[in-house]
Design a protein around this ligand. Structure first.
Ligand SMILES: Nc1nc2c(c(=O)[nH]1)N[C@H]1C(S)=C(S)[C@@H](COP(=O)(O)OP(=O)(O)OC[C@H]3O[C@@H](n4cnc5c(=O)[nH]c(N)nc54)[C@H](O)[C@@H]3O)O[C@H]1N2
Ligand SMILES: Nc1nc2c(c(=O)[nH]1)N[C@H]1C(S)=C(S)[C@@H](COP(=O)(O)OP(=O)(O)OC[C@H]3O[C@@H](n4cnc5c(=O)[nH]c(N)nc54)[C@H](O)[C@@H]3O)O[C@H]1N2
Ligand code: SF4
Ligand SMILES: [Mo]
Length: 679
């Protein structure tokens, strides 16, 4: 039998690169590059190249398991599903539907996420959420408030048309490596790249200007830039008057503020702020890219709103090369939010707090008594589990015991549950705490669609059979539903996609046949003749009256300040070869080899005063606890700041769980710590 090439989409980040899986005798034996893919043109980053290392890994979960004391025993699917149904219904009967929590997985496809939120809501629980809470919830609510839609306005390829690329709080060369290709193409065509990041990164290396901003001072920087733009007459008055509201309030907000004050607050020189503002506002097409460096703060939502407002003041939106690019994280986090896997929204961003949304889906699903939201966010579910109001949790493909902030609290919360079920491809730290572990099919082992950060929806067919007795998430959710007396009416991804076409307007014309073509389609795509949409907000914004709503805000200090006892600021983030919890990348030999252990970057000045040398193991302590890491002495971080990747469990023992009050995102980027040489 000869080898077959099955088209696929990368299961890691939201760039959504395509490649072919080489299948021989039912096994994935290699990958081939997909040069005709519009976004990646055949390129893949190290993680994309290593996907088969985790897919075929011997530690993949192969059988359902139930807890037996400190270990697990293999059980049949029937027993596992009965146990799950029993665990959920026991709490439902005793404590009501709001005692149940559901985490939908942004690593899973649209159809699985649609079905997961349908299960939660048909059981009467409004508490369904996903990892967007930890990353781009400020985008969904903040960009949603300003533009009427919380999604990337243009596409990634379009970056080549930009003449200025302003990247604030995004390290795309490591977190979205294939985007680098389009930024480089813009640069080759004369674009100026401005990067605002406290650290020296591979992204700042490609910048014409690096604004080495003080962590947490982005609002001051953005206000400073807007002040320059307005004072120098660079604001786009025609755009402002025709297409926006709130300009007078903004002028009021900026009254008395000066670029010198901005310089003092941000640590970026006044000259640099002026220069950056002029380049951004004057360029014929400016792109603003942002990500976790601005969202993971207690003022994350305000940060996002002000980025959007800067684009509005300058009229830099709604044209080729000009717009706002939120750099979304997971392969299907955009889709999960679109599908309603979020506490605030039913599918298609129908507000969960609006009785009309519940009525709409009652008639769509033939259900009654659907819950009104907003439900509890994932971060609030942790508190509720600790308090004993959330009793049972069903988690698909998330690893909060590594990725939540202040994981001691998360662990205590999970311990306090009556029942925990985890549906996973590996035995993660979270799965180890479960009562029942369900082995799931990985991306290449199931049919379904994924929505990338550029709103690109791509369907893939199953390439290989699931390992062992692992099953497609759809089958598992349906079986659980059945045992709880529900008919979720979604046995295949094809069937559920048709339901999505009916009830999520932006996906109306996205038939399986159309999105199976290489590159798929980009939403909104309301009907079957619609070609999909490249650029949003060209004529009007997605708000009720079509106008964008400018924001006027002031900076909010971080929840945790450095002190004599904890004098150093701890910032956390990503490195190119590891991915989030590391459950997949730490099992990939080619990736692990490049970065095998948790480290902390320390400036040489701090290292000298701490008497720490490169390669020493040090203790990093915060009020919440301590962890060990290998010291890397480097000028990439300034004195007084250290940086740790979070792909090993140690990091989130010490991070802060302070939340942005609007989006409830944790402040992963700011904690006060102390470094001690290990005695
Ligand atoms: N290799 C890899 N790629 C990934 C992931 C991964 O784990 N590994 N995860 C995916 C996910 S889920 C997401 S959400 C994205 C995230 O992608 P990014 O947001 O790009 O990643 P981070 O490293 O968290 O943060 C970006 C930058 O913000 C800077 N920063 C920190 N504090 C501040 C600040 O106060 N102001 C400013 N302006 N900048 C600041 C940091 O120094 C860092 O360089 O990546 C996705 N892609
Ligand atoms: N300190 C610090 N912590 C952070 C961040 C930070 O910047 N700093 N960033 C935060 C951000 S932005 C995010 S998004 C979160 C990420 O947090 P998580 O979403 O918890 O991280 P992942 O490692 O992506 O977890 C996904 C899980 O899904 C499993 N999985 C993969 N494919 C499938 C599948 O097909 N089916 C099923 N059932 N499971 C599957 C993987 O094995 C993995 O365990 O971390 C957050 N944590
Ligand atoms: S850039 Fe993202 S989608 Fe592309 S290969 Fe790398 S991890 Fe996969
Ligand atoms: Mo994320």
């Amino acid at each position: 039998m000869s080898a077959k090439l099955i088209p696929s989409v990368c299961p890691y980040c939201a760039v959504g690169c395509g490649f072919y899986i080489v299948v021989e005798k039912g096994k994935a034996i290699g990958i081939e590059y997909m040069t005709e893919h519009p976004t990646c043109e055949g390129a893949l980053c190290p993680k994309g190249n290593a996907v088969l290392e985790f897919l075929n890994h011997e530690e993949r979960l192969k059988y359902p398991l139930k807890r037996a004391g400190d270990t697990f025993v293999r059980i049949s699917w029937d027993e596992a599903l009965d146990l799950v149904a029993e665990g959920l219904s026991r709490n439902l009967k005793k404590h009501g539907p709001k005692s149940l929590g559901f985490l939908a997985s942004s690593r899973c496809n649209n159809e699985e996420n649609y079905l997961m939120q349908k299960l939660a809501r048909m059981l009467g629980s409004p508490n369904v959420d996903n990892c967007a809470r930890l990353c781009h919830s400020p985008t969904v609510v903040g960009l949603g408030a300003v533009f009427g839609a919380g999604a990337m306005t243009n596409n990634l390829i379009d970056l080549q048309n930009s003449k200025c690329i302003f990247a604030i709080g995004t390290n795309f060369t490591e977190a979205h490596p294939i985007v680098t290709r389009w930024v480089q193409r813009a640069k080759d065509r004369g674009a100026k790249v401005i990067v605002a990041d406290p650290r020296i990164t591979s992204t700042s290396w490609m910048a014409d200007m690096h604004l080495r901003i003080k962590p947490g001072s982005d609002i001051d920087l953005l206000r400073g830039m807007m002040k320059v733009i307005i004072d120098e007459g660079l604001a786009d008055q025609k755009f402002i008057s025709q297409r926006t509201d709130g300009y007078q309030e903004l002028l009021q907000n900026l009254r008395g503020f000066s670029v010198h004050e901005a310089a003092e607050l941000t640590g970026v020189s006044a000259d640099q702020i002026v220069k950056a503002a002029r380049i951004y506002a004057k360029s014929p097409a400016s792109a603003l890219l942002y990500s976790m460096g601005i969202t993971q703060h207690v003022c994350g939502t305000d940060n996002v709103k002000l980025c959007a407002t800067l684009a509005l003041v300058s009229g830099q939106i709604g044209r080729p090369g000009s717009g706002v690019w939120p750099m979304r994280g997971q392969n299907n986090v955009q889709g999960n939010c679109d599908m309603g896997g979020m506490a605030e929204f039913y599918p298609g961003y129908k507000r969960a707090s609006d009785p009309k949304s519940a009525e709409f889906f009652e008639s769509a699903w033939g259900a009654s008594g659907l819950p009104l939201g907003p439900g509890l966010t994932s971060t609030e579910m942790t508190d509720a589990a600790l308090e004993g109001t959330i009793k049972a949790l069903y988690i698909i493909g998330e690893d909060p015991v590594i990725c939540d902030p202040n994981i001691k609290k998360t662990t205590a919360a999970l311990e306090n549950l009556d029942f925990l079920v985890v549906q996973e491809i590996f035995m993660t730290a979270t799965a180890k705490m479960a009562d029942v572990v369900l082995p799931a099919a990985a991306w290449a082992e199931k049919d379904g669609s994924y929505t990338s950060m550029e709103r690109r929806v791509q369907w893939i067919d199953q390439a290989v059979s699931p390992v062992g007795e692992a099953r497609d998430g759809l089958w598992i959710i349906n079986e659980i539903g059945k045992r709880l007396g529900l008919d979720l009416k979604g046995t295949s991804a094809t069937e559920i996609l048709k339901e999505i076409n009916r009830y999520v307007p932006a996906y109306g014309g996205m038939t399986k046949e159309r999105i199976s073509r290489i590159g798929g389609l980009r939403w909104p795509c309301p009907d079957e003749t619609h070609p999909g949409t490249d650029i949003l907000h060209c004529e009007r914004f997605a708000t009720a009256d079509g106008k964008a709503k400018m924001a006027s805000v002031l900076n909010v200090p971080p929840a945790e300040m450095t002190s004599p006892e904890y004098p150093i600021l701890l910032s956390t983030g990503r490195i190119v070869v590891h991915y989030n919890s590391g459950s997949m990348t730490r099992r990939s030999p080619s990736l692990l080899e490049r970065d095998p252990e948790l480290y902390v970057e320390i400036n040489p000045e701090d290292a000298a005063s701490l008497k720490v040398r490169h390669g020493d193991v040090v203790k990093v302590k915060t009020v919440r606890g301590e962890t060990e890491a290998v010291a890397r002495i480097t000028g990439k971080v300034k004195p007084g700041i250290v940086f740790m990747p979070f792909h090993w469990q140690g990091t989130n023992i010490i991070t802060s769980d302070a939340l942005d009050p609007v989006s409830k995102i944790p402040e992963y980027k700011m904690a006060a710590c102390r470094i001690e040489a290990k005695s």
